[in-house]
Design a protein around this ligand. Structure first.
Ligand code: HEC
Length: 115
């Protein structure tokens, strides 16, 4: 006669199998072979000017100088919004203390022509 607790035993077996599978997965991590990738050469750098070190430190973590410098001429307000967007939308860790100098640097790189 099969015991009325068959369902429970099945559950225990399932849990046991999952535990063993988990232990094996933890004990044998996937083979860690070094992977090498070739990045395209950087042909454009941030130009030397006051604040350039902040552009290097705060912007190049995620994208190239070429990407930043290929924007059209933007006003101070537009660059301020851009830096805020990098922080808020994309999680850039740009310290508050860098903001004014970096915005001034960005505005100076491609000033909006006077009308
Ligand atoms: C944490 C990563 C990160 C950092 C740091 C960062 N950005 Fe970005 N940035 C992004 C992402 C993601 C995009 C959107 C890319 C896309 O749409 O393909 C972007 C897009 C841009 C664009 C294109 C216009 C736009 O609004 O999408 C500009 C200009 C830009 N970033 C400027 C900057 C400047 C200047 C800095 C440094 C002050 C900076 N970023 C730092 C992640 C970052």
């Amino acid at each position: 006669m099969s015991a009325p607790n068959n369902g429970r035993r099945g559950l225990m077996v399932t849990i046991g199998v999952l535990c063993i599978a988990g232990a094996l997965a933890a004990a044998a991590p996937a083979a860690q072979t070094p992977v090498s990738i070739k990045l395209p050469p950087q042909s454009v750098n941030f130009r030397e000017a006051p604040g350039v070190e902040l552009a290097h430190k705060d912007c190049l973590t995620c994208h190239s100088a070429e990407y930043v410098l290929s924007q059209p001429a933007l006003s101070k307000t537009a660059w301020t919004n851009e830096v805020t967007k990098m922080r808020v939308a994309y999680g850039a860790s740009i310290p508050d203390i860098d903001s004014d100098a970096i915005i001034a640097y960005l505005v100076a790189q491609n000033p909006v022509p006077a009308k």
